[in-house]
Write a protein that binds this ligand. Structure first.
Ligand code: ZN
Ligand code: ZN
Length: 683
């Protein structure tokens, strides 16, 4: 192609122009541009020029076109070490470390000597491929050619040994470097602190450093937080000459992890600038500490400041809604997801299913579940647990079958949901079968919770002996849940002997919650054994066993109102008291007599000093009646099990006041309507 040949002066200016272009980083932006430059290299006869090709390869590497580079490289008759180095570097930086090492071998076969620009990338390639012994061999070669004093090679070796947590070698390499720059200081600190978790050694190095930049400060502060030492992290933070967002968020995250909510909020409020990560930390931290109403306040504040939430925020808030039964906020989040076309991906979909289930809105839970774009075992578990908790035992089992036909393998949480459904539905045969299939067919080992469920199921059905035999046959030591379930069953069936056996075990397990002793005193009372009742009471007093306070919450217009929490007087207390008076009056007319036994002995879980009418769930229901329009469903979440007097009262309230009332207690849902409850008085 003679017409394409250029004459000498023209050629010289072309070369100059091409070299300038090739030397400028980022000057070639697309593959097409790269190809046209390639053509010009051929036209100008530069395709064998090592300097031109070496620089060309750098552009190939940046654009992720190492295959293209490889073709050019193969056509070169005598590439010099610069070209070899750029190829090795390009492969290593494009996650093709295997090719980098192959090329390094070929380089040696062709007797091209490696230099300080070769070894760092070869060592990094060994690190990428986790080839520890290969890396050590390369280190040997480095020593042979005397390059260990080079700071670039040294840094790559420090990173290499840190990667394998061989900090002794890493430090040795570091120590022997005559010239240490910021990069190698950073590498050794990162190795000790971030990779190895040795903050003490890291701190020594930190103190010895001639200069400290923002990266160094961040490594050290993050190191303290990672080992759970937030106080030292905070002290260091206060000394940092410059603070960035990352540093602030690290401290904030530390408080979230250590559960120091007050300090977390104080720190957050003092932060001059906040980004999405900071908002997510504080909201997630509050939800984790079960301080949901505060979490929602921050969520609202965040929106007022026009900070858009992401999946993490929404999932935290949904978790919070599920905890306290805040259906309105939960629905708002759902509509936000729809409005912003976020899509029901796995995690967010599951969080919605869980939220609706725990607010007793099974239809919505199911509709979200059916519309989810992807579902894993956790999503199925949320749906199965939802049906189970809401007393829909048949639906639970139906979904469990469907899950298997859709090819999703159940895990032990799935089986727990299924067994709970059997307990709530009194399905003894099914329960036995699923429990047996757990180890026989699914290869899952039953955990304490599964045994607890089975003991509960058998015991409630009056099969106390079988229940006790199951406990005796357990390969793991039964916990309070298992013995507690047996005790509860003994209460239902008035079996004093077995109850005594159970309580003995419970006392040995060093119980802190007085509930079990209260149940025992109740069992004695029902059997007329008053002497024993006083003995148990004495024991409770002696052990200083406190009762867990009953606490109920209700959401009105997106705000959570809590009842039964100490030192919190509701602003509308007067109206609530009037309502409680009216309720008690109308209940009497309807023929309800308070279960005196409950007042005297069933201090099982609720505070005895309070009369029954001030049980927290009744206060929440009373408030629901005055604060919502007629026809609105009243939803209450209680931290303990509902007592039988409240259960009987709320059944009547639902008829007298023509209100649907949903109460979620510690173990299940009660949907009260027209004077009856979905649990069929079986809870
Ligand atoms: Zn009650
Ligand atoms: Zn019920």
């Amino acid at each position: 192609m003679a017409s394409l040949r250029l004459v000498a002066p023209q050629l010289e200016s072309q070369h100059k122009h091409l070299f300038n272009l090739l030397k400028t980083p980022g000057s070639i932006k697309t593959l097409n541009h790269l190809k046209s430059i390639h053509v010009r290299l051929l036209q100008t006869n530069l395709h064998q020029d090592s300097f031109a090709i070496g620089n060309f390869i750098i552009h190939c590497s940046t654009l992720g076109c190492m295959n293209y580079a490889h073709q050019l490289f193969d056509n070169m008759s005598q590439p010099n070490s610069f070209v070899w180095n750029m190829m090795i570097r390009g492969f290593q930086q494009n996650q093709e470390s295997r090719s980098a090492l192959v090329l390094f071998d070929q380089m040696k076969i062709r007797s091209v000597i490696g230099d300080k620009f070769t070894y760092p990338f070869v060592i990094r390639a060994c690190n990428d491929l986790l080839e520890q012994s290969r890396g050590k061999c390369v280190h040997g070669e480095v020593l042979k050619v005397g390059l260990e004093v080079d700071v670039f090679v040294g840094t790559s070796l420090v990173e290499f040994y840190s990667g394998f947590e061989s900090m002794r070698y890493a430090y040795k390499v570091f120590d022997e470097l005559v010239v240490k720059d910021m990069v190698v200081w950073t590498a050794i600190l990162y190795g000790f602190v971030s990779k190895f978790g040795d903050v003490e050694r890291g701190r020594e190095l930190f103190n010895r450093m001639p200069n400290r930049d923002l990266v160094i400060w961040n490594i050290m502060i993050n190191g303290y937080v990672k080992v759970g030492n937030v106080d030292d992290a905070r002290t260091l933070f206060e000394h940092a000459p410059v603070k960035d967002m990352l540093m602030c968020n690290t401290i904030l995250g530390g408080y979230v992890r250590s559960g120091e909510v007050e300090k977390m909020m104080q720190f957050f409020n003092d932060m001059p600038k906040k980004d999405l990560v900071s908002w997510n930390s504080v909201i997630g931290g509050l939800v984790r500490s079960k301080r949901c109403s505060e979490a929602m306040k921050y969520f609202q504040k965040m929106q007022m400041l026009n900070v858009s939430p992401n999946d993490v925020t929404l999932i935290s808030i949904l978790l919070g809604c599920a905890q306290v039964g805040a259906l309105d906020v939960g629905k708002w989040v759902h509509s936000y997801i729809d409005r912003n076309s976020i899509g029901l991906k796995n995690l967010i979909g599951t969080a919605l299913v869980d939220m609706y289930s725990k607010c007793g809105e099974l239809e919505s839970a199911k509709s979200v579940f059916e519309n989810m774009l992807e579902r894993d075992v956790v999503s199925w578990n949320a749906m199965i647990m939802g049906f189970s908790m809401n007393g829909q035992s048949r639906k639970t089992l139906e979904f469990f079958k469907r899950m298997k036909t859709e090819g999703v393998d159940p895990n032990d949480a799935t089986i727990l949901g299924v067994l709970c459904a059997c307990v709530h539905g009194g399905l003894v045969d099914e329960g036995r079968r699923y429990f047996a299939s757990m180890s026989n067919d699914l290869g899952l080992t039953p955990k304490l919770e599964h045994y607890g469920c089975m003991v509960d199921l058998l015991g409630r059905a009056g099969l106390l002996d079988e229940s006790y035999r199951l406990i005796k046959s357990m390969p793991i030591t039964p916990h309070t849940g298992v013995w507690g379930a047996l005790l509860g069953a003994c209460k239902i069936h008035g079996n004093v002997e077995l109850a005594e056996l159970a309580i003995e075990q419970l006392i040995q397990l060093d119980l802190e919650d007085g509930g079990y002793l209260a149940i025992m005193s109740n069992i004695y009372a029902n059997a007329g054994r008053w002497d024993d009742v006083s003995k148990v009471r004495e024991l409770m007093k002696k052990k200083g066993i406190g009762k867990i306070r009953g606490c109920s919450s209700i959401e009105i217009n997106g705000e959570i109102h809590e009842f039964g929490v100490e030192e919190k007087i509701h602003p509308r207390a007067k109206e609530i008291n009037e309502m409680l008076g009216e309720i008690s009056h109308r209940l009497k007319w309807a023929g309800h007599f308070s279960n005196k036994n409950e007042v005297l002995f069933d201090v099982e879980e609720e505070d005895k000093e309070k009369t029954l009418i001030f049980h927290s769930e009744k206060m929440a229901v009373a408030f629901g009646l005055i604060a919502t329009k007629k026809g609105t469903v009243i939803r209450v979440v209680k931290n303990l099990r509902i007592c039988s007097d409240c259960h009987a009262s709320v059944k009547l309230i639902s008829r007298i006041f023509e209100r649907e009332i949903v109460i979620r207690d510690r173990s299940r849902f009660h949907h009260f309507k027209d004077g009856s409850c979905s649990c069929g008085d079986y809870w």
